[in-house]
Design a binder for this molecule. Structure first.
Ligand SMILES: [Zn+2]
Length: 186
């Protein structure tokens, strides 16, 4: 074994894998600042370069990322979709209590997009794309890790729901979104 068997070559393999992931995530719409927080071996300038390759002639979105899940979930439907997205992620993620699993993030968003198209209970409602995107999924995964978002089962209807600890106690979102949507005549 050469001295650097665990050093140089291992590191560059990681770097190659991270570059591939970065490209997938950029294509899926994850913001550069979010990707940068998840990868250790890809620099920001490199991410910008990949971004311009994936979206020629465009510039990466400017502005700050939302502060957390609680600030992007605004309607009962957002909340129902949040539960769906987070559960897709948790079903795939390895040790989501210990880290954000970046590969699972990409795979979960892929399956969210495939799956949702065929769901009648969501198809006839207005999905807000400002919420339903991979950046919100990243916030959910990050806040789940930080224990700011919990995934639980509604005691009334049995559906999976999320709860953000930063939600105002009087917020209508404290209520199970599935029960709320059903009442609204879904
Ligand atoms: Zn319910």
């Amino acid at each position: 074994m050469s001295k650097d068997a665990n050093g140089g070559s291992h590191k560059s393999l990681l770097s190659i894998r991270e570059h591939e992931l970065a490209r997938d995530l950029i294509r899926q719409g994850l913001r550069i600042a979010a990707i940068q927080s998840l990868l250790q071996h890809v620099y920001r300038t490199e991410l910008s370069r990949i971004w311009r390759e994936v979206f020629p002639g465009e510039s990466p979105p400017a502005g700050r990322l939302p502060s957390g899940s609680a600030s992007v979930i605004k309607t009962p439907l957002d909340s129902a979709l949040a539960a769906f997205m987070l559960n897709e992620y948790l079903a795939i993620a390895v040790e989501p209590d210990l880290r954000v699993d970046i590969e699972a993030l990409s795979a979960a968003w892929e399956s969210c997009q495939d799956f949702l198209g065929g769901r009648n209970d969501y198809a006839n409602r207005e999905i807000r794309l400002e919420f339903y995107n991979i950046n919100s999924l990243w916030l959910l995964a990050r806040d789940y890790l930080a224990q700011k978002v919990q995934s639980e089962r509604c005691q009334n209807c049995g559906s999976r729901r999320v709860r953000c600890i930063d939600w105002d106690i009087r917020s209508k979102l404290q209520r199970c979104p599935h029960c709320t949507l059903r009442e609204m005549g879904g």
